[in-house]
Design a protein around this ligand. Structure first.
Ligand SMILES: [Zn+2]
Length: 76
């Protein structure tokens, strides 16, 4: 029985298990960092994309309607 699981094989198996374990840890940390970065980028993009949506409304002096500042408003 011991001959089937000789010391080099056991050591090799342990080495493979440890390598896979550390590989998983490294992969998880890497994906977490990437997720964190993606969240930050997404947040930045969301706030950057949100800014153009909010347009300042100004009172048209001619017709008294609130229109988007800089928008092509023409009194009818
Ligand atoms: Zn107007």
């Amino acid at each position: 029985m011991l001959g089937l699981f000789s010391l080099p094989k056991i050591l090799f198996t342990i080495a493979v298990i440890v390598a896979v374990w550390y590989g998983f840890k490294w992969f998880n940390r890497r994906s977490q960092v990437q997720q964190h970065r993606a969240d930050e980028v997404g947040r930045g993009a969301a706030s950057a994309a949100k800014a153009p949506d909010v347009e300042e409304m100004v009172l048209c002096p001619d017709c008294g309607a609130y229109v988007a500042k800089g928008g092509g408003h023409r009194c009818t």
